[in-house]
Design a protein around this ligand. Structure first.
Ligand code: FES
Length: 148
């Protein structure tokens, strides 16, 4: 059973502006300590608020993912959805399920059921145009750290 909790990351780490050589300057990502890893066990989602953005940090069987908590279809709190495998496109009468242990799993939107890959946020139905923002998330010295 997947559980979800919320956190507001008021003490986000330092952010800085990275210089560029023309064009738009990219800022360095903000480092946010979400919690200790044991506080975000497999099968749970932690919702954090960072700079006005709601982001879901998902522990799927020990693999961490972070996605924007807004569905691009009609704005549902996407990370309240279920994580699951999915059927891969295949020949007629051939069924290829990614499985419960697969690296590439999806987040099912709780409102209308669109599926978004945890790995890159792309919609299964329309991967070229429908996508949820993903973020880098790491375990550092036992902390779950989000880079926004
Ligand atoms: S709001 Fe997510 S599928 Fe409609």
């Amino acid at each position: 059973m997947r559980t979800s909790t919320s956190t507001t990351a008021a003490g986000a780490g330092p952010a800085g502006a990275a210089g560029g050589t023309g064009g738009r300057a990219r800022r360095a990502p903000t480092r946010v300590v979400v919690d200790r890893l044991e506080a975000v066990p497999p099968g749970t989602t932690r919702i954090v608020e960072v700079g006005g953005r709601s982001i879901g940090v998902i522990n799927d069987g020990g693999r961490l993912h972070a996605l924007r908590n807004v569905c691009p279809h009609h704005g549902a709190p996407l990370c309240d959805g279920r994580v699951q495998g999915f059927m891969r496109p295949s020949a007629p009468h051939v069924y290829e399920y990614t499985g419960e242990d697969a690296e590439d799993r999806v987040l099912l939107c709780p409102w209308h059921g669109y599926k978004f890959r945890l790995s890159d946020g792309r919609s299964l139905a329309d991967p070229e145009t429908s996508r949820v923002r993903t973020y880098r998330v790491e375990v550092e010295d036992g902390d779950v750290v989000l880079y926004v």
